[in-house]
Each structure stands twice: as structure tokens, then as C-alpha cells.
Design a protein around this ligand. Structure first.
Ligand code: FAD
Length: 469
């Protein structure tokens, strides 16, 4: 018969559960076909998110071609293209894929199960993307966790699946010529031609492995302290490889476990657990992209201050740490975690703008966009998620800047117009005396905006906002 491997967010050959299983379980007479289905309704064109994903997909395609594993593209409506495929290949009787357990992908997987069943195609699907899947970690009562710390405690005690390095592909894969695939290939090439990323970076399995090694060698030892300082840039930068599956999460786990124990290692491990936690939370709360998890906050009357929203997006709020973060996002499609928290808190609690607008903006811009982590992060900042920051804990953007970018290095990196501002005023440039502004040739309010809100005043308003709503 014919067996299909359907790649999605698992763009690697190394330690790919479904791919390994397919090779293990097939016989020499089975014909193996590797597929990627391009569904235009899923595209978020003209976003870094989209461009970055296709950059990775293209690298994967070239990498697999070089290894003799051809990826065939199908373009169009999912069920229609699969129906066409089945018509042409009557003997298609097995499909392998790594499951998507939440959000759009979960719905797609569920819908397709019926299709496969109706067409007598046996499904072999696996949890591959996370250290623990969405239903693996429950309270003794069988309920799911809502709070991170007890979840993490349990998570630590459970065994993790082994990392199985794939050194050699033991099967051959033919390149099939079929009008469906020829069309898919053409459409794929068109998308790749139009990728427009204003920044450069390496993709692919080998690049991901390098990034992991470099992090462990140079930064892991100081992660505990260093991870909070955006300028020192000590975090792993693995997020975009994890979202495309260019690196196996088990590879990361075992590489870490080969290192001596330390607080830094433990903290890094807890971050990997947050990824599983938010994945589980999204599974449990499928409406969370548009709905506050905490019921009492579903009626909050957010303001729609378009002008302020534009300032936030462009990094023109007059709060240097917020602006530096937003400009980092706009320039490189990634933002440091501490700064993500600061800019999110600012949008929600200083501007009282709906967190969904921030979530959507991040969705367009992030090269590591992951709905579970992004929505989780936004609902955390909005105090509407499970285990979120309480509504009365409000980040003071100026103090956050002073604490986590004490010398203003990160600010100066992304806000060139503030380069000459002395440390004393870097977090509050509008407080510079006029003579100093003249000396260093910066006019605050003109070259760099004055703060668009009065944080102290806003504080009492936001408390009232959460209380009365
Ligand atoms: P490291 O510090 O090196 O962490 C290692 C890995 O742990 C990360 O790659 C990531 O997979 C995981 N991780 C770390 N922190 C978190 C977290 N808080 N939640 C879930 N997983 C975590 N992360 C995304 O991957 N995609 C997103 O779309 C995303 N949106 C976010 C939005 C907001 C408002 C906030 C506050 C956080 C968001 N995060 C998101 C989490 C976090 O900011 C990024 O994972 C991290 O900055 C990625 O950089 P890194 O790989 O160098 O992180």
C-alpha cells in the first residue's frame, strides 16, 4: 500500500516521532510519501510570522531533498486536496503525523479523523511537540491543573520520552510526479519567492543544534540571573526552532540533563515546563484566544484608543523600555521575555487597550509565534488567565526599565535618538533640563515623544476599572 507522512510543525528528520515510526513500521513494499499541505486559509501573509515559517519550511525542503527524502506539496482546501489524492492513489491506506493538541490544529486533526476513517486510511498519530502532552498531567482527582507550581512539581516527577537521534534514513523516497504535486510545488515556490524578511537569520536543524550548543556552553551557567536583562541577551533563542519543530524538545531536554545541576539549569527547565503548561491551558480553554479565562473579567470595557495603540506599535510611547521592546519586535521579529511582559502590561494597564489587540499584533510580528504561549502570556499580563498576575500588581514601566536595563544599554540599542542621553535620564528623558537637551541636541517632545500617559494617575484608574467592571 501507500503510506503518507504528513509534516506540519515538525520540520526536522531528527528524532521526529511520526517519521521514525513510519520507517520502523513499514515494509519494503510500502511506498512512502512525504507531504506538506498548504492551506491558504491559514496564511497570515505579509507578516514576519508567515515569512519566518516559510523560510524554515523552505530550508527543510532543501535539507530533505539533499537527504533523498522528497517533500510533496498539496495546495488548496485541506479536505479537497486529500480527497483528490485518495482518488489518484486508491491504495493509500496509512497516514502518519505528529498531533496538534490545541487550537486550530486540534480542530483540523479532529475533522480529518473522520475523513481518514471514511476513506479506510489508518491513522498513526503521536504527541511529539512537547515534553508532556495536554492530558498527561492531572491532579490525583483527575482534574487538570490551573496553577503552575504544583503542575511543575508533578511534571518533574514524570519520565520523559527518550531522544532518538536519527543518523541515517534507511528507506528511499521517490519523487512522485502528479498534477496535484506539481501544482503544489509551483504554489510553494511562489510563496518562497515572496518571502520578505527585513532581517537575516539561519534556519534549519543544523542551525538549531548550533544555537542549543552555544547556549549551553556560554549562557546556561548564568541563565538564572542573566535571563532578566534584555541587553545581556543570555536566553537561548530556541523559541522559533521549537515552534517550527526544527529542534526536538527531547533533544533540548537531554542536552540539559547532561549538564551539572544548578539553579540556572532548574530555572531553564521550568521555562520548558511553562511551554507545556500553556499548551495544556489552551487545550482546556479552547476559546481563550478571544475570551478571558476568568469569567469575572469577560465584561471589561476596554478603551479603543487608536492613537495610543499606534504609538505602542511603533515604539513611540515616551516610555523608553516599552519603545525599545516594540522596536526590537518590529526590527527582528523577536522580543526578550522580560520586555514582552513590560510592553504587554503597558498596553493593558496603562493604555487600557484590549489585550487581544496586543496578542494579534504579536501574532503578526513574532517569528516564534505560538498561540498557546502568546495567548497565555497576554492573559497572564491582563490578569485574566489562570495563575495570572493579580490585577492590582501593575508594572511601573520606568522602574522596570531602571531595574532590568540599569545603564540603558538596551534602550540605546533600539532607540538611536536617545544615544546621547546620560544614564541619569535614560529612563525619563522628558525630565532632562532644557539646557541639557540643548547640549546634546535632543528636543524631548519632538525628537522623542513625551510620555503619552501619566502612569501614576493611570494606576488608580486601572484599579477602579478592574473593580467596577
Ligand atoms: P528562553 O528563556 O531561552 O526559554 C527557553 C524556552 O522555554 C523558550 O524557547 C520557550 O519555548 C520556553 N519558554 C520560556 N518562557 C516561556 C513562557 N513564559 N511561556 C511559554 N514558554 C516559555 N513564547 C513563544 O514561544 N511564543 C510566543 O508567541 C510567545 N508570546 C509571548 C507573549 C507574551 C506577552 C509573553 C509575556 C511571553 C510570550 N512568550 C512566547 C514566552 C517567552 O517570552 C518566549 O518563549 C521567550 O522570550 C523566547 O526566547 P528564548 O527562546 O530565548 O527563551
Amino acid at each position: 500500500g501507500k503510506t503518507v507522512m504528513w509534516f506540519r510543525k515538525d520540520l526536522r528528520l531528527d528524532d521526529n516521532t511520526a517519521f521514525n515510526k513510519m520507517i520502523e513500521e513499514s515494509t519494503e513494499t510500502d511506498e512512502l510519501i512525504c507531504l506538506f499541505q498548504l492551506n491558504p486559509t491559514q496564511f497570515l501573509e505579509e507578516s514576519f510570522n508567515h515569512a519566518a515559517f516559510f523560510n524554515s519550511l523552505n530550508t527543510f525542503f532543501e535539507h530533505t531533498e539533499a537527504k533523498g527524502v522528497s517533500i510533496h506539496f498539496l495546495y488548496g482546501d485541506l479536505e479537497e486536496t486529500f480527497t483528490e489524492l485518495k482518488k489518484s492513489y486508491q491504495e493509500w491506506d496509512k497516514i502518519y503525523f505528529n498531533k496538534d493538541e490545541r487550537g486550530f490544529g486540534r480542530q483540523r486533526d479532529q475533522d480529518m479523523l473522520a475523513f481518514f476513517e471514511n476513506n479506510q486510511i489508518r491513522v498513526h498519530s503521536y504527541q511529539d511537540s512537547h515534553l508532556h502532552g495536554v492530558e498527561e498531567i492531572k491532579k490525583p482527582t483527575g482534574e487538570s491543573y490551573k496553577v503552575f507550581t504544583p503542575y511543575f512539581r508533578k511534571w518533574l516527577t514524570l519520565p520523559k520520552s527518550p531522544y532518538e537521534r536519527t543518523t541515517k534514513i534507511t528507506r528511499s523516497f521517490e519523487k512522485l510526479s502528479h498534477p496535484l504535486f506539481r501544482n503544489g510545488q509551483k504554489e510553494f515556490e511562489k510563496i518562497v519567492e515572496n518571502i520578505n524578511l527585513p532581517f537575516d537569520y539561519e534556519c534549519g536543524e543544523a542551525a538549531a543544534e548550533e544555537v542549543l550548543k552555544e547556549f549551553i556552553k556560554n549562557h546556561l551557567h548564568d541563565y538564572q540571573k542573566g535571563r532578566d536583562y534584555p541587553f545581556s541577551d543570555q536566553t537561548s533563542k530556541l523559541s522559533r526552532f521549537l515552534r517550527t519543530g526544527e529542534i526536538s524538545i527531547r533533544k533540548v531536554w537531554y542536552a540539559l540533563n547532561a549538564e551539572p545541576d544548578s539553579d540556572s539549569r532548574q530555572t531553564f527547565i521550568s521555562e520548558l515546563c511553562w511551554r507545556d503548561f500553556y499548551n495544556m491551558i489552551y487545550f482546556e480553554n479552547p476559546k481563550q484566544k478571544t475570551q478571558e479565562i476568568k469569567e469575572q473579567y469577560r465584561q471589561l470595557q476596554w478603551t479603543s484608543n487608536q492613537n495610543a495603540f499606534e504609538c505602542w506599535k511603533e515604539g513611540q510611547t515616551g516610555f523608553p523600555i516599552v519603545d525599545a521592546g516594540m522596536r526590537q519586535l518590529n526590527q527582528i521579529g523577536w522580543m526578550h521575555n522580560r520586555v514582552r511582559m513590560i510592553v504587554a502590561s503597558f498596553l493593558i494597564k496603562d493604555l487600557m487597550i484590549n489585550w487581544r489587540k496586543g496578542e494579534e499584533y504579536f501574532q503578526q510580528k513574532l517569528v516564534d509565534y505560538d498561540p498557546a504561549s502568546n495567548i497565555g502570556g497576554w492573559q497572564w499580563a491582563a490578569s485574566t488567565g489562570t495563575d495570572a498576575v493579580p490585577y492590582f500588581r501593575i508594572f511601573n514601566p520606568t522602574l522596570q526599565g531602571k531595574k532590568f536595563d540599569p545603564h540603558g544599554d538596551f534602550i540605546r540599542q533600539y532607540i538611536p535618538e536617545l544615544k546621547a542621553v546620560p544614564n541619569e535620564y535614560i529612563h525619563e528623558p522628558s525630565k532632562m533640563p532644557a539646557a541639557l537637551q540643548k547640549d546634546i541636541a535632543i528636543s524631548c517632545g519632538k525628537d522623542y515623544p513625551s510620555p503619552i500617559v501619566d502612569h501614576q494617575k493611570i494606576r488608580s484608574e486601572i484599579l477602579a476599572f478592574f473593580k467596577t467592571n
